[in-house]
Write a protein that binds this ligand. Sequence first.
Ligand SMILES: CC(C)(COP(=O)(O)OP(=O)(O)OC[C@H]1O[C@@H](n2cnc3c(N)ncnc32)[C@H](O)[C@@H]1OP(=O)(O)O)[C@@H](O)C(=O)NCCC(=O)NCCS
Ligand SMILES: [Zn+2]
Length: 253
Amino acid sequence: MQDDDGQPRQSVPHFPTIQSLRGIAGALPRSLSWKDMQEIAHNDRAEEVARSLMASSDRRNDGVFIHPAALVESDQIGEGTRVWAFAHILPGVTIGRGCNVGDHCYIEQGVTIGNDAVIKNGVSIWDGVSIEDRVFVGPNVAFTNDLVPRAKAHRDVWDPTLIREGASLGANATIVCGTTIGRYALVGAGTVVTKDVPDFGLVVGNPGRLVGFVCRCGQKLAFVKNRAVCACGGRFRRTDQGVDEVQGVEEQR
Ligand SMILES: CC(C)(COP(=O)(O)OP(=O)(O)OC[C@H]1O[C@@H](n2cnc3c(N)ncnc32)[C@H](O)[C@@H]1OP(=O)(O)O)[C@@H](O)C(=O)NCCC(=O)NCCS
Ligand SMILES: [Zn+2]
């Protein structure tokens, strides 16, 4: 066969296009993992292999949506979690149920993410970072895992970072490693967190400063005589250590 200019046409290996894989994926319960894609890319009978992998996929990873253009090398991903285009999840990552991992995220081995967490676009999460249930990580949040980095100075243990249940990290925040962000804390956009943030704490600025406390719903709390009631009904008490949520019997005190 010849091209229009009369030159012999080079033989082109038969690789499936993303569009053709997406067409197949649409008819089946789950999309393809990176391992599946590699197997397909090296096989002449691409579509046939894709179909057979897809047909067995719900047994291997029930209810997980992986965009065909994502690279997912971990099989520890919980039901209902969705991983969007150009995200790369390494082997050894554990992600719970009902999470959402946005475009262009990179998640390194050793990372654990709980249930119902939302990781917006463009977030890299390094070994040593732990993220609990219902955490919101805003777009382009920068995590770190080495307090004193040097090129090619590899370590066995990284400086840990813990983001506790329900906390939210605003867009472009930087989380310096070795810190814990407390339950339902709120980190403002662009904040550089250098110290632990207490439960329900609101921090903004560089360096991040504690400027108040927020409810579970995210609204700022106004304290009168160390008590605050949010419009949503949430009740809080100031203590020497920070803020406690008041529930049930404690409310009578
Ligand atoms: C921190 C935040 C919750 C505060 O909201 P707010 O209570 O409505 O803030 P206000 O507008 O009342 O600001 C109060 C003060 O804090 C400052 N401030 C607000 N957000 C700030 C931030 N991220 N960094 C530094 N200062 C901030 C304001 O300039 C203002 O300062 P002033 O008193 O000197 O005028 C909000 O600004 C924020 O950063 N939200 C995160 C948004 C985000 O990243 N979403 C991600 C999903 S897309
Ligand atoms: Zn509230």
